[in-house]
Design a protein around this ligand. Structure first.
Ligand SMILES: Cc1cc2nc3c(=O)[nH]c(=O)nc-3n(C[C@H](O)[C@H](O)[C@H](O)COP(=O)(O)OP(=O)(O)OC[C@H]3O[C@@H](n4cnc5c(N)ncnc54)[C@H](O)[C@@H]3O)c2cc1C
Length: 540
């Protein structure tokens, strides 16, 4: 790092010639920061909408017109008995939780928007224990909600009614790491940040990174096919997960825990479970291809006045940074206002749009030269008006926190309506502008941020409290808008409970019907995460 400093000073000097360029890093301001009863599941603060019962076709004319609706009815699963509890206590001594106070946080999602009423939390340590649990639940027709770090944002991670919560929290053992191939094999309950730290000590990194890394589990990441901040560089988990071990609904252990990069022996079954949100099986272990830790990392935090400039900067940056570009993220000035107000983070630059550019490479001098040339070009062509660059770890983290902590700032702002859409990149911000115009003063804040490099927008709207009139303004408008612009209504968060019935906006009915058949094949009784992902007209 010391070696890179003189070069960065030089870079600063050259770029500092340009008007408005701010290279002062405000480090101070950027501090890191029984026959048990069950009651119906609650949707807190949200009258989410769904359409039950009818199959739809994927055409504009026949697009579902969702109407506000209550939670789905409880399906006819068995209710847990004292005999069931005795069975679980026998196979998981000391790891069956029934104390309502201890269950509280497992019943409620991170956003505090949905809450179930499970009265049992099971904490297995091994795949064999998971197998025993599912075999028993399947025979008894007991519904099960797999849960990782409970950071999911679509209501998939918590029960709707009295489903048994199967937590992977104690399945946190790293099985092996091969430093030659970079292949890590670990249990599903390993926390993403712990894996990152483990790998960093071995000169490698995880191929994914996200704001919830301190809590989310790798099993949850795989189950949601989490995208995050490194997807631009390392691709999705569909590419980096080499193998999975999954326990099926009937308790069979499907051992597809390969550590091979190439394996064309028939269907690639593990892909089915990546992004299946706990509806097809419980992921108990994963093997993942991990990149080498880059020798040089630089982060530039830049400001633009228009979204068009931000896109042109992206184009320029792809051309000039090429293989060292590892992230291109953005947030708007409304996000920055919330970061300032609620988390007391200060912006290093003042503009309408902010870009976080990360480069990762193996040769500091080469990388800095490329970054320098790019920044000079971006400044001279007036695409970027202000910016700051960090090469030291603490400063890199501080700059990243401005992007990573937007979700947290929103949670402080009020009740949050969250949308996570994929769109052609040139239309990404128009949705925010249109939504702002549509909801006017009824919303507290309407903000846009996300992964520009992946064409992924996070549109968030906050209000003081739950507001059905505001929701009616937002939905189904947001889904119709997205479908009309050839986007996906869920880029990376999944469908969970909240979005399951909107799937037809993004998938043709034949594809949804095939999903239903796959579910029926793997989980004929539908015990795994019922009420989630599949629309109500496709439940077994
Ligand atoms: C601050 C913040 C930032 C975030 N940033 C991003 C981001 O950049 N990109 C992104 O994609 N997401 C992001 N998320 C959403 C969330 O963190 C991810 O969806 C994450 O992958 C969920 O992991 P988890 O362990 O918390 O899973 P949970 O929330 O516990 O579960 C999520 C879903 O996976 C299922 N599941 C969990 N574990 C298993 C298992 N072992 N087997 C089968 N099914 C399982 C659950 O049933 C549920 O349907 C963010 C969330 C927060 C709070």
């Amino acid at each position: 790092m010391m070696g890179t400093l003189p070069r960065m000073l030089k870079l600063r000097a050259v770029l500092g010639r340009h008007q408005n360029l701010c290279w002062n890093f405000p480090s101070q301001a950027l501090k890191q920061q029984s026959c048990l009863s069950s009651r119906p599941g609650l949707l807190l603060g949200s009258s989410w909408q769904c359409e039950v019962g009818s199959k739809r076709h994927h055409t504009e004319a026949d697009r579902p017109k969702p109407a506000p609706a209550a939670a789905p009815d409880r399906l006819p699963f068995s209710r847990i008995t004292e005999e069931d509890l005795a069975f679980f206590r026998n196979i998981l001594p000391g790891r069956v939780v029934t104390d309502p106070d201890l269950l509280e946080s497992n019943n409620e999602d991170w956003l505090k928007s949905v809450r179930g009423s499970s009265e049992v939390l099971l904490r297995p340590q091994t795949s064999q224990e998971v197998s025993q649990i599912l075999k028993y639940c399947n025979s008894r027709n007991l519904a099960v909600n797999p849960q990782g770090g409970n950071t999911g944002l679509v209501g998939g991670s918590v029960p709707v009614y009295d489903e048994i919560i199967l937590s992977t929290a104690l399945m946190n053992h790293i099985r092996s790491f091969d430093s030659i191939s970079g292949i890590l094999t670990c249990q599903a309950g390993c926390v993403l940040e712990d894996l990152s730290l483990y790998l960093e000590q071995r000169d490698h990194i995880m191929p994914l990174d996200l704001g919830a890394k301190g809590s989310c589990h790798i099993g949850g990441n795989v189950a949601t096919n989490a995208g995050g901040l490194r997807l631009l560089r390392y691709g999705s988990l569909h590419g980096t997960v080499l193998g999975l071990e999954v326990v099926l609904a009937d308790g069979q252990v499907l051992d597809c825990l390969a550590t091979l990069r190439k394996d064309n022996t028939g269907y690639d079954l593990k892909q089915l479970f990546i992004g299946s949100e706990g509806t097809l099986g419980v992921i108990t272990a994963a093997s993942i291809l991990c990149p080498r830790k880059p020798k040089s990392v630089n982060v530039a935090f830049l400001g633009c006045e228009t979204f068009e400039q931000l896109l042109k900067t992206f184009q320029l940056c792809r051309g000039m940074l090429g293989e060292i570009l590892s992230a291109y993220e953005f947030l708007d000035s409304e996000c920055m206002r919330l970061l300032n107000t609620h988390l007391k983070l200060t912006n290093p630059v003042h503009c309408q749009f902010y870009i976080v550019i990360e480069t990762s490479g193996s040769e500091p001098t080469h990388d800095e030269e490329k970054l320098h040339n790019f920044l000079e070009e971006a400044m001279t062509s007036s695409l970027v008006s202000e910016g700051t660059v960090a090469t030291e770890d603490s400063k890199i983290k501080a700059l990243w926190s401005l992007r990573e902590r937007v979700t947290e700032a929103l949670a402080h702002d009020g009740y949050t309506y969250k949308y996570d859409v994929s769109l052609p990149v040139e239309e990404l911000y128009q949705l925010v502008t249109d939504m702002r115009e549509r909801v006017g003063g009824r919303a507290k804040s309407v903000v846009g941020y996300g992964h520009v490099g992946d064409g992924n927008l996070h549109l968030n709207i906050t209000s003081q409290a739950k507001d059905p009139a505001l929701l009616a303004d937002i939905e189904p408008f947001v889904y119709e808008w997205t479908a009309k612009h050839r986007g996906s209504i869920s880029a990376e968060h999944g469908l969970g409970l909240k979005k399951r019935n909107y799937i037809y906006y993004s998938k043709p009915s034949q594809a949804v019907a095939l999903m239903g058949q796959i579910k029926a094949l793997l989980d004929p009784k539908g015990i795994l995460n019922p009420y989630k992902t599949l629309p109500d007209d496709q439940k077994p």
